[in-house]
Design a protein around this ligand. Sequence first.
Ligand SMILES: *[C@@H]1O[C@H](CO)[C@@H](O)[C@H](O)[C@H]1NC(C)=O
Ligand SMILES: *[C@@H]1O[C@H](CO)[C@@H](O)[C@H](O)[C@H]1NC(C)=O
Length: 635
Amino acid sequence: MNLFVFLLYISIVMSTVNFLKAKKRVTYYGSLIKDIYEEYRTGGIIIAMPDNTRTRFARLTRAYEISRSLSRDEIPSIAVKFETFKERLASYTDRIFRPLVVIGFYKMVEVYTFQQIAKDLIMGYPVWLIIFAENADADVCEYCRNPHGNLFNLKFDSEVLVLCCDSGIINEWWSTTVNRTERKEIGRWIGEDPGRYWFNHGSIYGRRKSLEGRELRVTAAKGSAYIWKENGKYTGFFGEILNELSTTMNFTISEVTPTDGFGSLNPETSEWSGVIGRIHRNEADIGVSPMAMTHSRLNAVDFTIPMFSGKSRLYVRKLDGARVQWQAYFKAFAVDVWMVVIGLILIMPLFLTLIRYRRGNHLLSQVMEHYSNVWGIYCQQGLSRFPDEISLRIVYLSIFISAVVSASVYSASLVSFLTVFSSYSPFNTMEEFASDGTYGLVVLKNSAQYDMYKNSKDAFRKRMMSLMAPEESLPSSLAEGFRRVCQERVAFETNEAIRKTMAHSIFCEITAIDTKTIETFGMITPRRSEYLEFINYRIRQFELNGVFRRLKNKYFTKPRENKIDYPKVHVEGVKPILLTLASGFLITLIIFIIELLFSWIQNKLQRREKQRVIQQQTKYFRFSHRAKSEIYFIL
Ligand SMILES: *[C@@H]1O[C@H](CO)[C@@H](O)[C@H](O)[C@H]1NC(C)=O
Ligand SMILES: *[C@@H]1O[C@H](CO)[C@@H](O)[C@H](O)[C@H]1NC(C)=O
């Protein structure tokens, strides 16, 4: 009897001790989870439990105790079994804040169960806290201290915190090579009751620098002006970025696979072609080409942070250098100004004749004289004789001033019209291009522009699509695109940032029309790539430490060295000038003939007049002679 009471007593004491211990443990885990929740700024906690019947009750109690203590601090948490864990986690993905997943292990079996689940989880997405319980089996604790292989399918970007049995140290686990689990201390229990965890506040990018020479599969668009191989080294803007990344992240580049085109979506099969397709099918780890970010592409692949951006433009060949349109000569003045100028030239001579009309002289010759004077003034000539009359002087002076002013305004206006108003470009807007319809349109094969035109329901884009060359004949490289601009009657739509790399291989003069779309370019990785954030971190560093600027200077704003094949000036181009010259000659000739005719008539008239005078004089003389002789005779 006494023994029984004693045993009961002992058992009550033991369970109380156990209860108190458990209680203390719950408080301890509760505060640890809270510390991590705050440190990693996660958005809620999922506590996952294996479905082990034997320990289920104890676990549930513990989980709910922890949950309750968290909810007192207003931290949302939920406890789920392994069965439903995957779905629960899926409902958390793509949120702004990552969840914190807490898992406790007692037995190795549970570890293996979780291994099966982890196979198809995105281990890089949530923050994990894996607790190997203080009263777990010895082999579990041993695994925790010496993790072999990579049971949890860890990635390079996994953030997994591990607490080993009785240890006060928190380790971080991740994997660099597919096969191994890496460990590093990241937090430590400091102080006694109520202690807190202290975390190593360095950035994850500083802690995980090296990929230990892991091979990355790289792909790029074929015939790219951004990456090519020269003496066994990758060159070009993206080629050098790739080299820099490989050195700073310590990975090796497996052969760069060239892929045809950037990638467009086939709406029927929902399959992507080109570089996007390769990355989407996970056949490569990184696509190093300038990929324009579009909405549909973002659903298929992940983009790095933008590396450059620019306006999309329509490039066409400049028109003949000397081709001046006919109306250009007349467009310099508005119609009413022309009317005033011509009116002045017509009316002024009449007005002058009126002032200076002298009886006796021929009216026509006076009018003609004034016409030639006024015309001469408008052609910047002086007068042969400046008139003496004040009234005439005033009128001539006014004509002089008006002629000088209008001639200088005309030449200034014509020059600005010919140069600024760029009549070298056959179009000035996209609408003009579309309504002209005599030019074809090409874009890069499989490019974002092609997708935009092909899949658009917009009426204007559809009209542009009708001008587009057939898909098979689209250029697959920039060089080919610009060659076609130079040789054919086509416009090539591409991005100005991309064109900058082509300055040395465009062999004719081109001009551009703004399409009012801005594109942003980056590299791509498969969705949820374990390397993406690390690549982004490096790109940001390249921006800060000047690598980017150096490469942009080297590849984007290269001075023009190529010999431009200047367009030949055809007769067509100089026709207006020749015609003006010829008509000038003709008018001069006509006026000259008229003048000759006029002077001939005048001479004739004068001669006749003279003869008449002579005859009269002779008559008079004869008469006087006879009279004289008669007088003499009389005398
Ligand atoms: C993983 O390790 C095994 C043996 O330990 C080896 O055969 C295999 O090639 C490794 N895999 C990788 C991707 O390193
Ligand atoms: C890069 O990886 C190799 C292993 O392939 C390693 O030996 C080397 O120390 C690493 N370099 C750096 C800077 O981490």
